[in-house]
Design a binder for this molecule. Structure first.
Ligand code: SAH
Length: 261
């Protein structure tokens, strides 16, 4: 039996009901699948049994990599590499219309999500994401303005992805039992190209970085440094210059992109 490595965020999903629930969120038959961090292969096995068109997985842990290779060699479509997901150029290697699964390692889950949001070409080569986050991170992704969990992650995610489904998963569904509960989120990329381009994403990142740098301060000062004709622009968009960054809706942020200097 392998000893789970904390440094690699190894909490294996052992609750069969949850594994089935994840599988059922989406149709897998004849689809291209990527799995991030398959671990001991609990989800992997279910996916392979349904019969995807192609299956590709990325696992950083050498020991797990070797054991997965051994356990799944009889599945014709099973393809696995031993790499760090953060060092793989997903945008380049993905097949078109891929569905990405991942019970993500906690310590890098937001990094993985932002990498997926930062694809240069939009719409991206993935068509769905079924990802497990620690609940607190999922709350930030789902959050709406005026809530304490609202911030850059909510705004950046909502710019390019839409949340299709979500459900919570108790910490007791994992081995070893982590300190926090989790949430599975199903996301889909927005298909419209024009305003979702990479340049606009960069502007949105810049705007939110500057605003949320001072979460508690009114936006009037920060606006002057980053928004063209800030006073009249804010007025025209019906944004009061005395609000704090967390009090501005996603939609207003997306409208502001045009005026970022
Ligand atoms: N999907 C499995 C395991 C989840 S634990 C399950 O649900 O049971 C997270 C997995 O991600 C572990 O297998 C861990 O080794 C792997 N992992 C951690 N960091 C990684 C990285 N940077 N790149 C790829 N895989 C990683």
């Amino acid at each position: 039996m392998l000893t789970p490595k904390k440094s690699l965020g190894q909490n294996f999903l052992i609750d069969k009901n949850i594994i089935n629930k994840i599988i059922k969120t989406i149709s897998i038959k004849n689809e291209n699948i990527l799995e991030i961090g398959p671990g001991t292969g609990n989800l992997t096995k279910k996916i392979l049994e349904i019969g995807p068109k192609s299956f590709f997985a990325i696992e950083k842990d050498k020991e797990l990599f070797l054991s997965l290779k051994k356990n799944f060699y009889n599945f014709r479509r099973f393809d696995l590499i031993n790499k760090d997901i953060l060092k793989v150029n997903l945008e380049k290697i993905l097949k078109k219309e891929t569905i990405i699964f991942g019970n993500l390692p906690y310590n890098i889950s937001t990094k993985i999500l932002t990498n997926l949001i930062r694809f240069k070409i939009w719409p991206p080569k993935y068509k769905k994401l079924v990802l497990m986050f620690q609940k607190e991170v999922a709350d930030r992704i789902k959050s709406d303005f005026n809530l304490s969990s609202y911030g850059r992650l909510s705004i950046l995610t909502g710019f390019r992805l839409i949340i299709k489904d979500h459900f919570n998963v108790s910490r007791n569904s994992f081995f070893p039992v982590p300190k926090v509960d989790s949430t599975v989120i199903v996301l889909e990329p927005f298909k419209n190209k024009d305003n979702k381009n990479y340049q606009n994403l960069k502007k949105l990142e810049k705007l939110t970085r500057i605003f949320f740098n001072n979460r508690r301060k009114m936006i009037n000062k920060a606006s002057k440094n980053i928004i063209l004709n800030s006073k009249s622009t804010l007025q025209n968009l019906n944004i009061c210059s005395k609000v704090r960054p967390g009090e501005i809706s996603r939609e207003k942020y997306y409208q502001l992109i045009k005026y970022v200097t």
